[in-house]
Ligand binder design. Structure first.
Ligand SMILES: Nc1ncnc2c1ncn2[C@@H]1O[C@H](COP(=O)(O)OP(=O)(O)OP(=O)(O)O)[C@@H](O)[C@H]1O
Length: 292
């Protein structure tokens, strides 16, 4: 069973603390949605996991071994991110052959299937591919590497909707037949939430949430009804957002409702509905001066 454990990780760029005391443990067979606003620290965190740089403090271990400058541990990881290919004259086929060399679990048959699926032109220089096709190439490397820890950092950039759908289908298939630790860093929250088993949310360099997807979204609840009844009902709850239309009010609360509260809501004619991951993400990471 492969595992990835991050303990009390800090990262400083000069005086700036990009990551602050991050700890979590990830398990094989699970897909993790890594969410955070622009500049939250997602790519910084992923680059530490992939051993592209060293954390200032703390430890990052794959199967109990620190990853930094550890070739054995690093071979367990594929980090797929948006690369600049504008100077890369090598052809797609050669690039795939090169990637294969350093990836011990690479499956050529699966790569061939993906090349067909994404219609990758093997004899074209990678720099001449469209942005979406370069992303499809990156995703092909990441998927067919079959690395126990596979990280996709906004790997969908430029892909059209049907291509993104194909990418998502592959992730689901892979987790069924070749389970690994899959980390998907994304801003397409509502489009990709169905892929997540767990959610990791980073905010200003700190870990805000690490929770099971279903458990987490069950904590976001919209209560709608008569204004005064809603006001009384939500007392004592953390209210993330309020909206009003005439005498009807909708309050978005974060927390859990007891059985008693559930039946009270019903008795008082209040409508109770669940939030989406995107709703929760937006409200939990909203800045004071933002009105969303
Ligand atoms: N090499 C660097 N030197 C100095 N600061 C950096 C460096 N790389 C990142 N940062 C800063 O660290 C913070 C986190 O950046 P990071 O790229 O990890 O965020 P992110 O969550 O991936 O953002 P986005 O969603 O916009 O891609 C930002 O404030 C960024 O400016």
């Amino acid at each position: 069973m492969n595992s990835l454990e991050i303990r009390n990780v800090n990262l400083k760029y000069g005086d700036f603390k990009a990551l602050d005391d991050i700890s979590f443990k990830l398990k094989q067979g699970k897909t993790y949605g890594l969410l955070g606003r622009n500049g939250a620290g997602k790519t910084s965190l992923l680059s530490l996991i992939a051993a592209y740089q060293k954390q200032s403090e703390g430890s990052i271990e794959v199967n109990g071994q620190e990853v930094f400058e550890n070739p054995e541990a690093m071979q367990q990881i594929s980090f797929i991110y948006d690369q600049d290919y504008s100077e890369e004259t090598e052809k797609v086929k050669k690039m795939i052959d090169a990637a294969k060399k350093y990836r011990p679990y690479f499956d050529q048959e699966y790569a061939d299937k993906l090349i067909k699926k994404f219609k990758l032109p093997l004899n074209k220089p990678i720099k001449d591919l469209s942005k979406g096709m370069q992303s499809a190439f990156n995703v092909t490397i990441g998927l067919s590497s079959r690395s126990p820890i596979t990280i996709f950092d906004e790997s969908y950039l430029g892909m059209d909707v049907p291509t993104r759908e194909m990418f998502y289908q592959e992730i689901l298939q892979e987790q069924t037949h070749h389970p690994r630790i899959m980390i998907l860093s994304t801003h397409l929250v509502s489009e990709m939430d169905h892929l997540f088993d767990e959610v990791i949310m980073i905010h200003h360099g700190s870990l805000l949430i690490h929770d099971n997807y279903e458990d987490f979204i069950s904590k976001g609840i919209h209560i709608t009804g008569n204004e005064s009844v809603v006001n009384e009902f939500v007392q004592g709850h953390r209210v993330l957002k309020e909206q009003q239309l005439g005498g009807t009010k909708s309050s978005f609360i974060y927390g859990e409702l007891t059985d008693h509260e559930q039946s009270l809501a019903q008795k008082n004619g209040l409508e109770v509905s669940s939030a989406t991951l995107q709703d929760l993400f937006t409200q939990l990471t909203k800045e004071e001066d933002e009105d969303v």
